[in-house]
Design a protein around this ligand. Structure first.
Ligand code: NDP
Length: 389
C-alpha cells in the first residue's frame, strides 16, 4: 500500500469476539490504511458500545433486539446508526458503504450475512469457517459469479493461500493442514471422559472464542478446516492431509507436483493472518513478536489419533459423502458444543450426538440453499431432543 492508497473501509461482523477484537487492534495500529464502517455483536452490548465510541463506525448492529435501546441510548450523541436483529444483520451486509467484510461471527449465524456480502459484490476476509462447511458449494459458486475474492483468515488456510501466491498455474498435489492437537493431545478416552469446560478452554497455543476452543479440543476444528480447505482451494479428500504439529509454528503447507513443499511459518498470533487478509494483496509492516529459530527447540509432527478423537473421522466422512452431511455435522456439533459448555453433556458425548444426528437426518446429494437451511434446522432439533435441551 503506498501513501496515496485510499483507506480500506472494513465491516467487522462479530467485532466483539476474539477475531473481531484482534482485527480492531490491527486497524488501530494502521489508521491511515483502514477505517471501521460497520461493527456487529450478538449480545455483548457493552463492548459494542465501547468499540463504537472508540472507532466511530457508520453503523452498528446488535443481534439481540432486547439490547437495542441500551445501544441506541449510549450512542445518542454520535452519528453512529444503530440497528438490531438477525434481519438487520443480513441487510446491513448488503449495503454499499464498505470495501471489505471481515466475517468473524461464530457458527451458522455467519452464513447469511456473509452470503449477502458476496451477492452484493463485497470482498470477504473469512474467519467464519462454518459458512463454508454448511454451504461451501453455493458460497464459492456465488463468489465466482460475482467475481468476489474470499480471503481466508483461519491461520491454516491463510498459510495455504500465502503459499499459493505466484503458483496459480501450478496444480496442488496436496495440502498438509497442521493441527496443534489441542489441550488433550496424547490423552485417551479414560481421561477424556472426565474433562470439563474449563479444561477444554485451555488451549496451549491460541487464545480463542469458546466454541472454537472446544472444537480444537475435540479435533472437530480440524475436520471443519478440511471441509473449508476443500471449498477454498478446490481439493479432493485425498489431497488433504492432517498432521499434528504441537508447536504451531508451521501454519500449513502445500506440496506441488514436483514434490516441492512450501510452508508458511510464524509465531501463533491470529493478528498476522487477520492483517494479511485485511491488507491483501499487500503485506504491511507490523510490530508483532518475531519467530526466532534459535529459540525453537524442535518442530515435531505426528498423525492425529483418530481412534480417540472420533470427530475427525466424522468430518472426513461428511467431506467424503458431501451433500448436506457437512451441514448436518456442523449443526449437531454446534448444539453439542454449547450443551457441553453449559455442563449439560460430557466431552465424549459431543461425538455421540453428532454421529447419531448424521445417521438420522435424510441425506440430500445436491441441496439448494433452502434445503441447507432445512437440514440445519432438522439436525439442530434432532440433536437438541437427544440432549433434552
Ligand atoms: P467468539 O465467540 O470469540 O466471537 C463470536 C462473535 O460472533 C462475537 O462478536 C459474537 O457476539 C458474535 N455472535 C455470536 N453468535 C451470534 C449470532 N447468533 N448472531 C450474530 N452474531 C453472533 O468467536 P471467535 O472470534 O473465536 O471465532 C469467530 C469465527 O472465527 C469462528 O467461526 C471461528 O471458527 C473462526 N476462527 C477463530 C479463530 C480464533 O483464533 N478465535 C481462529 C480461526 C478461525 P457477542 O460477543 O455479542 O456474543
Amino acid at each position: 500500500m503506498n501513501p496515496t492508497s485510499p483507506i480500506k473501509r472494513i465491516a467487522i461482523f462479530g467485532s466483539t469476539g476474539s477475531i473481531g477484537q484482534q482485527a480492531l487492534e490491527v486497524i488501530l495500529a494502521n489508521p491511515t490504511k483502514f477505517s471501521v464502517e460497520i461493527l456487529t455483536a450478538n449480545s455483548n452490548d457493552e463492548l459494542l458500545i465501547q468499540q463504537a465510541l472508540k472507532f466511530n463506525p457508520n453503523m452498528v448492529v446488535i443481534g439481540d433486539e432486547n439490547k437495542y435501546t441500551a445501544v441506541k441510548e449510549a450512542l445518542a450523541g454520535t452519528d453512529v446508526k444503530v440497528f438490531a436483529g438477525e434481519q438487520a444483520l443480513e441487510e446491513v451486509a448488503a449495503i454499499d458503504c464498505y470495501d471489505l467484510m471481515l466475517a468473524a461471527i461464530v457458527g451458522y449465524a455467519g452464513l447469511k450475512p456473509t452470503l449477502n456480502a458476496i451477492k452484493a459484490g463485497k470482498p470477504v476476509a473469512l474467519a467464519n469457517k462454518e459458512t463454508l462447511v454448511v454451504a461451501g458449494d453455493i458460497v464459492m459458486r456465488t463468489a465466482v459469479e460475482n467475481r468476489v475474492p474470499v480471503i481466508p483468515v483461519d491461520s491454516e488456510h491463510s498459510a495455504i493461500f500465502q503459499c499459493l501466491v505466484g503458483e496459480m498455474r501450478n496444480p496442488i498435489e496436496k495440502v498438509i493442514l497442521t493441527a496443534s492437537g489441542g489441550p488433550f493431545l496424547g490423552k485417551k478416552t479414560n481421561f477424556l471422559v472426565n474433562v470439563k469446560r474449563e479444561h477444554a478452554l485451555q488451549h496451549p497455543n491460541w487464545n480463542m472464542g469458546a466454541k472454537i476452543s472446544v472444537d480444537s479440543a475435540t479435533l472437530m476444528n480440524k475436520g471443519l478446516e478440511m471441509i473449508e480447505a476443500k471449498w477454498l482451494f478446490n481439493l479432493r479428500l485425498d489431497q488433504i492431509q492432517v498432521l499434528i504439529h504441537p508447536q504451531s509454528i508451521i501454519h500449513s503447507m502445500v506440496q506441488f507436483q514436483d514434490g516441492s513443499i512450501k510452508a508458511q511459518m510464524g509465531l501463533p498470533d491470529m493478528r498476522l493472518p487477520i492483517q494479511y487478509a485485511l491488507a491483501f494483496p499487500k503485506r504491511i509492516p507490523s510490530d508483532f513478536p518475531r519467530c526466532d529459530f534459535r529459540r525453537l527447540q524442535t518442530l515435531t509432527f505426528e498423525d492425529p489419533d483418530v481412534r480417540t478423537f472420533r470427530n475427525l473421522g466424522l468430518a472426513t466422512e461428511a467431506l467424503h459423502k458431501g451433500g448436506n452431511l457437512p451441514c448436518v455435522l456442523n449443526a449437531a456439533n454446534e448444539i453439542a458444543v454449547y450443551a457441553f459448555l453449559r455442563n449439560r453433556i460430557g466431552f465424549l458425548e459431543i461425538t455421540d450426538v453428532i454421529e447419531k444426528t448424521m445417521e438420522k437426518v435424510s441425506f440430500l446429494q445436491q441441496p439448494t440453499l433452502e434445503q441447507y437451511f432445512e437440514s440445519d434446522g432438522e439436525a439442530r432439533s434432532y440433536a437438541a431432543d437427544m440432549i433434552q435441551l
